[in-house]
Ligand binder design. Structure first.
Ligand code: OGA
Ligand code: MN
Length: 215
């Protein structure tokens, strides 16, 4: 199948699932080669020592608590992105435009970081919108874990609210090339511990432009 046509079909599926269920899981979102290229970039950033322990809360309430959140992150500065990262960001641009034509979320910008969860670390149940800053509309996570098996753990667990007030739990294995996408303000979720390092690109499509960091 033509690549562009395949991309379009994935976007259609994603938009349909999002509006029906509030979340979407798309497999083979990027090619095996792109996965390897992104892992090489991630490795490069690690060797440069530019990953930082992640915290919780917006800037004014920022705190680091590794019982709650044990991952290390490296924010992407789009103007300085290496080619494989650029390819991914361009795809997110396309996705944002597609969703704006079909789902009316008024998306304007995105922010992404590379993410590493060392074995045994977690991110306890939370939602992705900050109390003081509610511009995150869609959470998107692209997993980069080759040969990941159920026994490695590390599921993303989504808690779907049901009409009777109960919750349905959906577990998503973080296998390479899989994109998980969900409404940032609606779905509580958590990251379960894994036996291996767990790699991903994590980010948000937002309804407000990012503030320029270098002014
Ligand atoms: C997050 C998060 C989920 C995942 O970074 O906010 O919930 O599967 N990540 O990595
Ligand atoms: Mn989250």
């Amino acid at each position: 199948m033509e690549e562009l046509e395949e991309h379009l079909q994935q976007f259609e599926l994603l938009a349909d699932k999002l509006s029906e269920d509030g979340y979407a899981i798309i497999d083979n979102f990027i090619s095996k080669q792109q996965i390897r290229d992104l892992l090489a970039v991630l490795n490069h950033h690690q060797e440069q020592g530019t990953f930082k322990k992640a915290g919780i809360g917006a800037s004014d309430q920022y705190q680091v608590d590794k019982q709650v959140r044990g991952d290390y992150i490296r924010w992407i500065e789009p103007s300085q992105a290496l080619p494989p990262t650029r390819v991914f960001l361009n795809r997110m641009d396309e996705l944002m435009r597609y969703i704006n034509r079909t789902c009316y979320l008024g998306l304007k910008d995105y922010e992404f970081h590379f993410t590493v969860y060392p074995p045994g670390t977690v991110y306890k149940r939370h939602i992705d919108q900050f109390q003081t800053n509610d511009h995150r509309q869609l959470s998107c996570i692209l997993y980069l874990n080759e040969d990941w098996l159920p026994e490695h753990g590390g599921n993303l667990r989504l808690y779907l609210p049901k009409v009777d007030g109960s919750e349905e739990e959906i577990d998503v294995l973080p296998v390479a090339g899989r994109l998980a996408c969900f409404r940032s303000n609606l779905l509580p979720h958590e990251v379960l511990p894994a036996t291996r390092h767990r790699y991903s690109l994590t980010g948000w499509l937002k309804d407000q432009l990012n503030e320029l960091p270098f002014l």
